[in-house]
Write a protein that binds this ligand. Structure first.
Ligand SMILES: [Zn+2]
Length: 110
């Protein structure tokens, strides 16, 4: 019979193992708790590592450029849509765009 006391890896209590082989935890609840705890802590570390080393820095750089590009892009698309749909199928002339710009400026001032 096994007489040596094992130390639970979760609650650190000494216990007499029921099974004679390697038993890391005093009970099933400690075993499952430990697994949950380990899974969570490693997940966090991985996320932090990724966030600090790759994701965060690249996202920050990209987001500044991306927001600017997105704003310019969407504004240009809106302008083009507006210019092309307003006069039905006629192509927009420079005067159309100037008028449109005036209208947009008025619109923004209000
Ligand atoms: Zn335990």
């Amino acid at each position: 019979m096994e007489t040596r006391l094992y130390k639970c890896e979760y609650c650190r209590k000494e216990f007499l193992p029921v099974r004679r082989r390697v038993q890391k935890y005093c009970s099933n609840s400690c075993r499952s708790k430990s697994h949950h705890k380990k899974a969570k802590s490693t997940d966090k570390i991985e996320v932090d590592k990724l966030g600090n080393k790759t994701t965060k820095t690249s996202v920050e750089k990209l987001s500044i450029a991306g927001v600017g590009n997105a704003a310019i892009g969407s504004a240009a698309v809106d302008l083009l849509k507006y210019a092309f749909t307003k006069e039905e199928n006629k192509p927009a002339t420079k005067s159309d765009i100037k008028n449109l710009a005036k209208k947009l400026k008025r619109y923004h001032r209000k």
